[in-house]
Design a protein around this ligand. Structure first.
Ligand code: G3I
Length: 381
């Protein structure tokens, strides 16, 4: 297996992506012609994902919601068993932690921090700067004074935390496309400048340089206008002395038999981050199968499982060591929340049963996806 990885590295992953492209084609064929499919034996269900990950020096975890954590014992037990790292779903965002100027509230975040301490789970802080989940008294971008006070209060509260080991210093700051920015080089959202982001990273380091600092972004899991500018910003921050330890690829992935996955582009993003010595981190992984939907739930779950396995194989071939799914059970997936559900699924209730993006189903039972994730960790070299 080591030979395979060295061979693939020397080939710059093109060989792997070619194999995967074939795999994608195979998936289409297998989906359509019932060719022998990859199997994900449930024998490994007895081994928690956190244990399978740790055996390879890696971390598996999930986003946690404090409200459900307190009222759903089955959910809490599942998280305790499976997770070696956790991200608060919303509890460390600005609207939760500083609802009024200078008034900090960590009650819901500390419910999660205490849970993590009890079960020896690392806590990932998400996020100090985002243009969403802002309290009404903050406009975007916040003034540097507002931002520095916020960072001081929030990072200060967790400076001596035994569990919080990393922060998303900023989240989703690259525009979705050139029409949403005036910044041709880095594609930053209107109002942001690279100097502002650099100052944020440097100020955060002055408050607490003991944590790992990440820049978290969505829709950068392939070669695109957005990922190019995100990588350029990371290089700028690195070259100008920012403490940036990792780059978070959210990985809210859409797959379909109607379009292939940009395996080659994704591998090139991972390679460029490794070349910049900024670790790629998978921070919000979940998998939505797009139209045309398969004929039944069994086929759907198979497609989700195959997609997890192929994606994680690529990640681990590039030495990714941290994988966080955005939730652990379909029972509480954000994508099933009517406030966030994609319009094409909201428009047709019969499609909503196909929103099954996570390792466990709504009855907290392991799905094929869970076995596929387990197998990916087991096969990681
Ligand atoms: O916790 C309160 C609860 O006490 C209250 O009764 C309820 C009333 O609506 O609100 C609850 O807060 C909700 C919070 O999730 C729970 O963590 C907020 O209303 C709701 O807006 C918030 O939505 C979250 C959203 O980020 C905005 O913060 C989603 O669940 C969460 O999945 C989503 O996650 C984002 C990542 O942070 C960044 N990447 C994209 C991802 C998906 O949008």
């Amino acid at each position: 297996m080591l030979h395979r990885r060295k061979f693939l590295k020397s080939a710059g992953y093109t060989t792997l992506s070619a194999l995967l492209t074939m795999g994608v084609l195979k998936q289409k064929q297998s989906h359509n012609n019932n060719v022998a499919m990859a199997s994900y034996p449930s024998t490994n269900v007895s081994s928690p994902l956190r244990q399978l990950a740790a055996a390879k020096g890696k971390l598996y975890g999930a986003a946690i919601d404090s409200v459900y954590l307190q009222k759903d014992a089955g959910y809490a037990a599942l998280l305790a068993r499976e997770c070696g790292i956790a991200t608060p779903n919303g509890e460390l965002k600005w609207n939760a932690t500083e609802p009024s100027p200078g008034v900090f509230n960590f009650k819901s975040a500390d419910v999660i921090a205490d849970f993590c301490q009890k079960y020896n789970i690392k806590l990932h802080g998400h996020t100090l700067l985002w243009n969403q989940a802002l309290p009404s008294w903050v406009s975007f971008p916040p003034t540097m004074q507002q931002l520095q006070k916020h960072v001081t209060g929030v990072m200060g509260h967790y400076k001596n935390s035994p569990v919080l080991k990393s922060w998303d210093i900023a989240n989703e700051i690259i525009a979705a496309n050139p029409n949403e920015t005036n910044d041709t080089t880095y594609g930053l959202l209107l109002g942001l400048t690279p100097q502002y982001i650099l100052e944020l990273f440097k100020f955060a380091a002055s408050v607490d340089s003991t944590k790992l600092f990440y820049l978290n972004e969505t829709s950068v899991e392939g070669a695109s206008w957005r990922s190019d500018r995100w990588l350029a910003l990371i290089e700028y921050l690195k070259n100008n002395g920012a403490k940036i330890d990792g780059a978070g690829l959210q990985s809210h992935l859409w797959f379909s038999t109607a379009y292939p996955f940009d395996a080659k582009g994704f591998s090139s993003v991972l390679k460029r981050l490794n070349d910049l010595e900024v670790k790629p981190i998978i921070t919000e992984l979940d998998i939505i199968i797009d139209l045309p939907l398969p004929n039944n739930i069994q086929d759907l779950d198979r497609m989700v499982a195959d997609s997890y396995k192929r994606y994680l194989d690529l990640c681990f071939a590039a030495d990714v060591d941290t994988v966080i799914t955005w939730g652990i059970t379909d029972r509480y997936s954000w994508i099933r929340d009517l406030n966030y559900m994609p319009a094409k699924f909201k428009a047709d209730r019969s499609r909503q049963q196909y929103l099954r993006p996570l390792p466990y189903d709504r009855n907290l039972q392991p799905k094929l996806a869970r076995n596929a994730i387990a197998q990916a960790f087991q096969q990681a070299t």
